[in-house]
Design a protein around this ligand. Sequence first.
Ligand code: SF4
Length: 447
Amino acid sequence: MPLTGIEIFKLLPKTNCGECDVPTCLAFAMKLASGKAELSACPHVTEESKEKLVEASAPPILPVTIGTGPEAPKIGGETVMFRHEKRFENPPALAILNSDTMDETEVSARLDRCQQLQYDRVGLTLKPELVALKADSGDARKFEALVTKTKDSGCRVVLMSDNPDILAAGLKACADQKPLLYAATEENLDKVANLARENSCPVAVKASSVEGLVSLTGKLTAAGIKNIVLDSGARTLRKTFEDQVIIRSAALVKKFRPLGFPTITFPCEMTDDPMKEALIASTLIAKYAGIIVLSDFQGESLFPLLVARMNIYTDPQRPLATAEGIYEINNPNENSPVLITSNFSLTYFIVSGEIETSKTSSWLLIKDTEGLSVMTAWAAGKFSADVIGPFVKKCGITDKIKHRKLIIPGYLAAESGGLEEELPGWEIMVGPREGAHIPAYLKSWTP
Ligand code: SF4
């Protein structure tokens, strides 16, 4: 578990020299404990303390990156059992399972789906991350060809075989991309561990139980391998769910390092029913998979999974927020309507989307409400007349328009009188309560 500020303080030089841009070692220790400073900012910490701090401050579930580049998915790194305690750190990567026994056309179609099934939502791009490549044919050349084709499509991969020679053949085609090797088992551990070490790749271990994983991860860590992913071998929802909870709580609550790694799960092997598979995957998004391998990607099941994942892995202490300011929609001019709303991202994207759909040129004012929605911000006093009035005066919208009309959200109707006092000379118009009614409302706009 992470060290407390006081525990960190005991390992610092305690000279209060201030070279870390913080006046005292204690203050620096507190910043370090809350993740707001880097240990490297103190030039005087001893090597011995540094080692202890790095070791002790490592998250109880180590993070593992699959692939290379800025978009390579990072899994693990979790520090809490429940999202409300702090937040979940790294969302599980979603993978599609492709086999070297599939024909070329099918593989191409599946790779195309990986690229095409991407969604923009509240300013984020939601998409799956991985392609799991399974060597079902037993033919190293066929497997290598599948890996090459997948690599050429730009997808990041998991190489799946119990045979180290076949894994090595796949690695020949993509070692530079640091794929996940699946899997080291009791039978092949040394050979797969060598492949992982020689190529600096993460490696998954597979056992037939959680207990079985413990000795395997012990051997791998003793061999200097730390990028490990766990497969407990469970292939039913109930057993997989139990194992995920046991692994997470052993690492976090019991501080049991041999299970302090992210997991890989296989809903694709638990059912033939695509709907059930999606439901199993959604359970594992919540608790606590690191990688979820699906038999296929289809928009109707993938999109809800991506949205569920986004919601669960959004920091509950930091609402998604849009920057305060004036947003131009459909090339507005001096006669265009001016609307105002809060900076909760979902509100912004719904309102701006509806204005775009209306094809009415408009100015949209976004007031910083600390990411709260209209009603919540209003109830908290962050979106009332005495806040909105000064913002409208200062934001610069008056230089861009000839008229003085402001459309406020329907839910703020009670503030219209107060706003007329705050903004003398302005006409305050009460817009619709629901975003979906904005296009119809704007049709009747006259400056
Ligand atoms: Fe203390 Fe190091 Fe900061 Fe100096 S630089 S105040 S020794 S933590």
